[in-house]
Design a protein around this ligand. Structure first.
Ligand code: AMP
Length: 254
């Protein structure tokens, strides 16, 4: 079974975002970029499907392909996935922001060409927090989807996926081929070892462009303004639970 893992290159999650002085967006110049954490979890899960870790039967997956849509530097992000254990990469080279719908259309074209049985995406990319691509891709392919996965069990041509939903967990079965998006508790990604980082340098990365797939990636959205979140107002300490309840009542919360 082939597993396709779309991965996005984003600002490293340890760094603080700086808003450009003119409010036209965020300033990413000279900042460290990394693989989106939810995508890293997706790669880890796909590799465990190959290796037989995390409750998966060994060889549940036979090939893991990492695909990224982004600038030339997204090759580094793909190398990251290859060092975790993905077999090969595909870079769809695109400059500037590619919106979720265009990403989903490009991924659909990659799925049509690669014919994977499972696509595992992050539930969201931590730059725009869109949480859209997995769902849009499922709709474009007309495949079943299981979002926010905290557990995946493959059996009899199906995936049993435990989903993190408001107020608890929900387990659903989806027929393969299917789309799954990862939540934080699905697994803890490994650190890539030095030998695996070296091996990853030799794994192939195919480079394509949106034109190769006939997809128009021009933006449909216009950013009107980007602003810093308001500064946190100073909090107050309370001595007792009764005092806390009193304050909550005063604020009309209770
Ligand atoms: P989003 O809907 O933008 O929050 O992203 C959800 C997931 O879609 C990410 O975790 C990735 O798995 C995938 N994705 C989004 N943008 C890209 C991209 N430029 N290249 C590859 N995968 C992407």
């Amino acid at each position: 079974m082939k597993v396709l893992v779309p991965i996005k290159r984003v600002l490293d999650y340890n760094l603080k975002v700086r808003v450009k002085p003119d409010g036209s967006g965020v300033d990413l110049s000279n900042l460290k970029m990394s693989i989106n954490p939810f995508c890293e979890i997706a790669v880890e899960e796909a590799v465990r499907m190959k290796e037989g870790g995390g409750g998966h039967a060994k060889d549940a997956a036979t090939e893991v392909v990492a695909v990224s849509i982004g600038p030339e530097q997204a090759q580094e992000t793909i190398r990251n996935a290859l060092a975790i254990g993905a077999d090969r990469g595909i870079l769809v080279k695109a400059e500037g922001e590619v919106e979720p719908l265009a990403v989903a259309k490009l991924l659909k074209a990659v799925v049509d060409a690669e014919k994977p049985s499972l696509v595992i995406l992050g539930k969201q990319a931590i730059d725009d927090d869109s949480n859209q691509v997995g769902q849009m891709l499922a709709a474009l392919l007309d495949w079943p989807q299981a979002t926010f996965a905290s557990k995946i069990v493959l059996h009899d041509g199906k995936a049993s996926v435990t989903r993190e939903v408001d107020g608890g967990l929900q387990t659903i079965d989806v027929e393969l081929p299917a789309i799954v998006t990862t939540d934080l508790r699905l697994n803890e990604p490994r650190y890539a070892s030095l030998p695996n980082i070296m091996k990853a340098k030799k794994k192939p990365i195919d480079v394509k462009t949106p034109a190769d797939f006939g997809v128009d990636v021009s933006p449909r959205l216009r950013v009107i303004k980007t602003v810093e979140p308001p500064k946190r107002q100073g909090g107050a300490k309370v001595k007792t639970a009764a005092e806390l309840v009193g304050k909550l009542k005063e604020a009309g919360i209770f």
